[in-house]
Ligand binder design. Structure first.
Ligand code: ZN
Length: 198
């Protein structure tokens, strides 16, 4: 077997394991990589390895970060008594882009879905409850308005309310089944401002 073709096939195979990359795209990327300078490929590869090795969950809010505490949690100017619960780091980024929310976040990394067999113990709920023993005054639930997002919101509200903490849910300005990250900033802000207490 030809030594070089074998390595190209392996590269294509590895690339096609990535989400959204079919075999045609994988081949295109593989040949692109092969035509890049060795230095550029080395920089790309080491960026990937470094990110994989160093990115972890923030000790407080569970978002992805390369520090022990993410920049939001370690910022003293943020209001640490208000915690917005989101499903993933991309949703956090969507709210951050509005520049109008000055509280902190909690990232669940998923939502409860009995259909997919995802239970409360499979998302970062335990970590949220642990945080609430501090001086948190309000928890804003900003999970998506999908079935899973609503199930998760109900579950969290039942869990937290007995602790005497104010629990609110963002308004339904966010369309049903809509992913937060695709919704424009005005709608996100309206949903936040119009939140209702649970
Ligand atoms: Zn954090």
């Amino acid at each position: 077997m030809d030594y070089y073709s074998n390595q190209i096939s392996r590269l294509i195979e590895e690339l096609s394991c990535l989400p959204g990359i079919g075999s045609k795209s994988a081949a295109r990327l593989a040949f692109h990589l092969i035509h890049m300078s060795v230095e550029d490929v080395e920089r790309l590869a080491s960026t990937m390895v470094e990110a994989r090795k160093n990115v972890r969950y923030c000790k407080s809010c569970c978002t992805l970060t390369d520090q022990e505490l993410c920049p939001i949690c370690s910022n003293n100017k943020r209001d640490h008594r208000t915690v917005m619960v989101v499903e993933n780091t991309r949703d956090l980024a969507a709210y951050e882009k509005t520049g109008k929310y000055d509280g902190v976040y909690h990232v669940l990394h998923g939502a409860i879905s009995p259909m997919l067999g995802i239970g409360p113990e499979d998302i970062k709920l335990k970590e949220l409850i642990e945080r609430l023993s501090g001086d948190v005054e309000e928890v804003i639930i900003a999970t998506n308005s999908s079935l899973e997002g609503e199930t998760t919101a109900m579950y969290i509200s039942k869990l937290i309310k007995p602790a005497g903490i104010k629990v609110s849910r963002i308004a339904s300005g966010v369309p049903v089944g809509g992913d937060l990250e695709y919704i424009d900033e005005v709608t996100l802000l309206r949903a936040l401002e119009g939140r209702t207490q649970l």
